[in-house]
Design a protein around this ligand. Structure first.
Ligand SMILES: [Zn+2]
Ligand SMILES: [Zn+2]
Length: 322
């Protein structure tokens, strides 16, 4: 039987319309993350690390603001006319595919800025200061090689102590590129479309092709979005579905006893992986990268239960299988 909606119902539906993609707001993405990391650091077993990453996030906020404020580079190709984007658009691929992207030198300038900002803080631990002083002067070939490995999710050959700082610079660069995309390309991504009109997107970020770090159930409508740890794009995925292999069978939820109600692990009996799922209605301030980092006790529980993480955290580099 055909269903006919009256105008009032159509209007009500339009108001409920949910975008299938949520793009990051570069004006406060990293400052919100910094604030969340500081909140999570209170009475936390790894408080010093969370506070260090809050310092890095503050520096990222300043760096992305400075990049956006820069005038377009003379003679430099705008992202809209980059041949890779044109190709990706034609084939329905991520527009700013992280692996293999021809990064320009600005990301390395951001890396230097981040190292300097961490060094300039009086509360930076001496060991971290020594790392930042050493890696800030790495030759560009080494930095580019490390970035290639990290963006391709490789582990062999990665310098673990430098990795969080390199990823932090790459995050700034990708968020800046997303913020620079022209409106017609954002329309291609589906930022202005109702998710209900589309099938679920795949398990990788539609903007840059990176695996999601965690998912968030938004409080105002209860829809679940996966969060990209690189460019911070969020994309819709129905609930009670594995974000790794996309099955809807054998999905279970795990909590640390006495831990936050706002963070659970969603596990899959089919592929034996898990990802954290955050509930904004339980805590309005949840932030995927920060809360994933701040819930390491849940990772220990899941390892005991025989599940492996479906992805890493950009601010905590760890070899595979650890
Ligand atoms: Zn992305
Ligand atoms: Zn699965």
């Amino acid at each position: 039987m055909q269903r006919i909606l009256d105008p009032a119902q159509i209007e009500a539906f339009a108001q409920r319309s949910i975008p299938r993609i949520r793009l990051p707001d570069p004006a406060n993405l990293f400052s919100r993350r910094a604030a969340r990391l500081r909140t999570l650091a209170e009475n936390h077993a790894v408080a010093d690390y969370l506070r260090l990453m809050a310092i890095v996030s503050d520096a990222q906020q300043a760096a992305v603001g400075a990049l956006i404020a820069q005038p377009p580079r003379p003679g430099g190709a705008a992202p809209s006319i980059d041949p890779l984007i044109t190709l990706a658009r034609r084939h329905g691929m991520p527009l700013l595919q992280a692996a293999g992207w021809a990064r320009d030198v600005r990301w390395r300038a951001v890396f230097t800025e981040l190292c300097d900002a961490v060094n300039a803080r009086a509360d930076t631990p001496d060991g971290v200061r020594a790392i930042c002083t050493r890696i800030r002067d790495w030759p560009s070939a080494l930095l580019e090689e490390q970035a290639d490995l990290l963006l391709a999710a490789r582990t062999h050959g990665v310098h673990g102590d430098a990795a969080p700082f390199i990823m932090a610079a790459l995050q700034v660069y990708w968020v800046f590129m997303v913020a620079s995309l022209p409106m017609d390309l954002l329309g291609d991504l589906g930022a202005d479309r109702d998710q209900a009109a589309h099938a679920d997107l795949s398990g990788v970020c539609p903007t840059c092709g990176t695996l999601p770090v965690a998912s968030v159930v938004r409080a105002n409508h209860g829809y679940r979005y996966l969060h990209c740890p690189l460019c911070a794009t969020e994309w819709h995925l129905v609930r009670i579905k594995c974000s790794h292999c996309l099955t809807t069978e054998g999905i279970r939820y795990h909590l640390v006893e006495g831990g936050s109600e706002a963070v659970r692990a969603e596990s899959c009996d089919h592929c034996h992986t898990y990802r954290k799922i955050l509930y904004q209605e339980k805590d309005a301030a949840v932030e995927p990268v920060a809360d994933d980092l701040g819930s390491l006790a849940l990772d220990l529980l899941m390892a005991e239960e025989g599940f492996r993480r479906a992805c890493g955290n950009p601010l905590l580099w760890q070899p595979s299988g650890v």
